[in-house]
Design a binder for this molecule. Structure first.
Ligand SMILES: [Zn+2]
Length: 329
C-alpha cells in the first residue's frame, strides 16, 4: 500500500510542477484522472508459481496441466543436474535439456537457481558468482532465452550474493510460500482468499509432486488448486515470477506527466528510467471517465485496446513508448 501512496504523490508533484512552469493547461484534479493499476488488467491480486530443482515431473505432469488450464509458471533449474539430452539420462528423476527447451517454447519461464545448487552461506562468493554465470550461459545456450530472474538455492542469501544475482535481472525470489507436503485444499484456498483481501502478490514454491523433497500427500491438491485459481482469474493475475516482478518494479518506477488540453483531451507522458531491454512488461492504466463519454487512446500513433467499465476504462501501455494521447468524445 505504501508504494501506491508514493505513486499518487509522484503524480501529484508532477502536476504541480507543470502548473508552476506554466507549460500547459494542467490542473490539479480532484481525483487523479489516470493512474497505474496495482496489477496487470487491474486484477485485485497476483500469484506466481515457482517449481524448483528441475524435477522430471515438472515436465511430465505440471507443464501439461498448466497448458490445459492456459497458465504460465516459473521453473527454476540447476544446469548441473539436468540430463544432457533424451538419450543420455544420468538421473531419471530430473528433466533433460530437451524438456527445458520445450517448456520455454511453450512460454513457461526458466529461471536461474545456480549451476550446482550451492548454498550462499557455505561457499565463497567467487564460486557462487561463477555458478550463477555458468547457469545463465547453459540456459541461454539450450533455450535461446536469457534468464531474467533468480531463485536462491535453499533460499540462502547474503548481501553480496543478492547484489550479484540481481544484476541484469528484473528481480530475484526474496519471499515465497511453500506449496507441497503441508498443503491441503483448505489452506491453499485460505492463502488465495488472503491474497485477494490484502490485494497482494503471492509466490508459491513447489518441489516434488509425487516424489522428492516436500512432495504432496495427494497431488490432486495441486491440480485442484490450480484449477480453482484459473477459475478466479477475474480477480487474480497468474503471471510468471518475471512478469509480475517486472510489472511491480515498472509500476513503482513510472511517473505519469498528465496534461489536460483545452479540448478536454489528455496528453500523458510516462517516464520510466529502468533498463527497457530487461523490463518489457506492459503496464495497465486506469482512466476515469464520465458516463456517456467515449475515448480513443493512442501511443506512438497506434490505437490501444481499451476495456470499458462503468466509470473508467483500462488500457495497457508501454512505459517506454512515449506520449499517450487520450481523445475524449
Ligand atoms: Zn532448490
Amino acid at each position: 500500500m505504501k508504494s501506491i501512496n508514493l505513486f499518487y504523490l509522484k503524480v501529484y508533484v508532477e502536476l504541480i510542477f507543470l502548473s508552476f512552469l506554466g507549460l500547459s493547461n494542467t490542473i490539479c484534479f480532484a481525483q487523479n484522472p489516470i493512474s497505474i493499476a496495482k496489477f496487470k488488467d487491474n486484477k485485485t491480486a497476483a500469484i506466481s508459481y515457482t517449481f524448483d530443482d528441475g524435477l522430471k515431473e515438472h515436465y511430465t505432469l505440471v507443464t501439461p496441466w498448466l497448458k490445459r488450464l492456459g497458465l504460465k509458471a516459473t521453473f527454476v533449474v540447476n544446469g548441473s543436474n539436468i540430463n544432457k539430452d533424451n538419450k543420455n539420462i544420468k538421473d531419471s528423476t530430473r528433466v533433460t535439456w530437451q524438456d527445458v527447451k520445450e517448456m520455454a517454447a511453450q512460454g513457461q519461464e526458466i529461471s536461474n537457481h545456480g549451476w550446482a545448487h550451492k548454498n550462499f552461506g557455505r561457499f565463497p562468493m567467487a564460486e557462487i558468482k561463477e555458478d550463477i554465470l555458468k547457469n545463465d550461459s547453459a540456459i541461454l545456450a539450450n533455450t535461446g532465452i536469457i534468464p531474467r530472474t533468480f531463485a536462491y538455492p535453499n533460499n540462502t542469501k547474503s548481501k553480496d550474493g543478492v547484489q550479484f544475482a540481481s544484476q541484469n535481472r528484473v528481480g530475484t525470489r526474496l519471499f515465497q510460500r511453500s506449496i507441497g507436503g503441508k498443503s491441503t485444499h483448505q489452506n491453499l484456498e485460505e492463502w488465495v482468499n488472503k491474497l485477494i483481501a490484502d490485494k497482494d502478490w503471492g509466490v508459491g514454491m513447489t518441489h516434488g509432486i509425487t516424489y522428492g523433497y516436500d512432495h504432496f500427500s495427494k497431488p490432486d491438491i495441486l491440480w485442484e488448486h490450480l484449477k480453482k485459481v484459473q477459475g478466479r482469474q477475474n480477480e487474480i493475475w497468474v503471471g510468471t515470477f518475471k512478469e509480475v516482478m517486472a510489472y511491480v518494479t515498472e509500476r513503482d518506477s513510472t511517473i505519469l506527466q498528465i496534461q489536460q488540453l483545452q479540448n478536454g483531451n489528455y496528453r500523458i507522458t510516462p517516464i520510466c528510467k529502468l533498463d527497457q531491454t530487461i523490463y518489457t512488461e506492459p503496464l495497465t492504466a486506469i482512466l476515469m471517465i464520465n458516463e456517456g463519454k467515449k475515448v480513443k487512446i493512442k501511443q506512438a500513433n497506434k490505437i490501444l485496446k481499451i476495456t470499458i467499465n462503468a466509470d473508467h476504462v483500462l488500457f495497457n501501455f508501454d512505459a517506454f513508448g512515449g506520449v499517450i494521447e487520450v481523445i475524449v468524445k
